[in-house]
Design a protein around this ligand. Structure first.
Ligand code: 3PG
Length: 367
């Protein structure tokens, strides 16, 4: 896939709007894993060196069109500023006259970060006027948010209607690396887990691509429920349950067989499941992993996730980990160098492997 390369853009003295994915885990006002921020730095540095005026924008969490103070971008602006050793101006809004007035005072090489885009419902609705208001600040748009490229949102696709648009270095490298999964050496094993219920659709669509699909987290609970097993309280809509019933007996699906529970609630996979997953990992020649297998943030429920991360890291096959949380586990365990590629995308990476044309990439295609 050939994308409009940032290197082709004339940047000097230009206002450059950069969509990044700084949707990073934050606790007690601290960024817990900054790998997504670090991944955007080569592009930011390139823009600084080339004397562009840099306006960064990102979402954080899912505030659903409301201002949520704990999801403001201030902490991230500070963190980025420390990483690039330069002030990062943080705005309290992402559109409007105040933001525009400040941007007009910026000089080449300076960096600003807009407020959380998802404080506006118009962002996820891909509203035309909102997209235009974002594009108004700038001469050029760069997409460096691979992890959000599967979303048809204003800052991902909407803005590209108004200004020339390019792919940042991270987006280009993600595409190069993940494309290798479209021609996998077999067996190809995918491990899909985590807390996002919307991955169920992705699991279904990934099935034809892989030889084995190991499922954990909320998805495995839904599939087990569909099989009539007791999984405790589970908020699942009817449509997901119908889909789960359709796929739970597919012979490619490998489900957990035991669990670690706390007060009757599943918190991690159990020892038999860990051994079973290791068995599949051992025989795989291509592995894609997205989503932790338990509540790994709590030490006593991290074993399943850690053991699987270690076993994939020891594999001699082509190994890719995707998604903010699983990637942060790999970084925390110091195993980054033992994976063939650590993708910043979770849902985006899965969609890409399905051979789906991601909306965010489609609009960056070289004409
Ligand atoms: C992610 O964490 O996968 C990306 O930032 C996209 O977030 P979303 O699933 O809330 O759109």
């Amino acid at each position: 896939m050939k994308l409009n390369n940032l290197k082709k853009a004339k940047l000097k003295n230009k206002y450059v709007l950069v969509r990044v994915d700084f949707n990073v885990p934050i606790k007690n006002n601290k960024v817990l894993d900054d790998s997504r921020i670090k991944a955007a730095i080569p592009t930011i540095t390139y823009l600084i060196k080339n004397k562009a005026i840099i306006i960064l924008m990102s979402h954080l969490g899912r505030p659903q069109g409301k201002v949520v103070d704990s999801l403001r971008m201030d902490m991230i602006a500070k963190h980025l500023s420390n990483l690039i050793n330069k002030p990062v101006f943080k705005f309290d809004d992402c559109i409007g006259p105040e933001v525009e007035d400040f941007i007009n005072t910026m000089i080449p090489g300076e960096v600003a970060l807009l407020e959380n885009l998802r404080f506006y419902k118009e962002e996820t609705d891909n509203n035309y006027n909102f997209s235009q208001s974002l594009a108004n600040f700038s001469d050029i748009y760069i997409n460096e948010a691979f992890a959000t490229c599967h979303r048809d949102h204003a800052s991902i696709t909407g803005v590209t209607k108004f200004i020339p648009s390019y792919a940042g270095f991270l987006v280009q490298e993600e595409v190069r690396q993940l494309s290798k999964l479209n021609y996998p050496r077999r067996p190809f094993v995918a491990i899909i887990a985590g807390a996002k219920i919307d991955k169920l659709d992705l699991v279904n669509e990934l099935l034809p691509k892989v030889d084995y699909l190991i499922v954990g987290g909320v998805i495995s609970n839904i599939l087990l429920k569909a099989k009539g097993e007791k999984v405790g309280r589970l908020n699942v809509d009817k449509k997901s349950l119908v889909l789960a019933k359709m796929i739970c007996d597919n012979p490619k699906i490998i489900l957990p067989v035991d669990f670690v529970k706390d007060d009757g609630v599943i918190k991690d996979i159990g020892p038999k499941t860990i051994e079973n997953i290791k068995h599949f990992v051992k025989k795989a020649r291509t592995i894609f992993w997205a989503g932790p297998l338990g509540v790994f943030e709590t030490k006593k429920f991290a074993k399943g996730t850690y053991e699987i991360a270690w076993s994939i890291a020891r594999s001699k096959g082509f190994t890719v980990v995707g998604g903010g949380e699983s990637a942060s586990v790999v970084h925390a365990l110091n195993e980054t160098k033992n994976f063939s590629w650590v993708s910043t995308g979770g849902g985006a990476a899965i969609s890409f492997i399905k051979n789906e044309e991601l909306p965010g990439l489609k609009v960056l295609k070289k004409l």
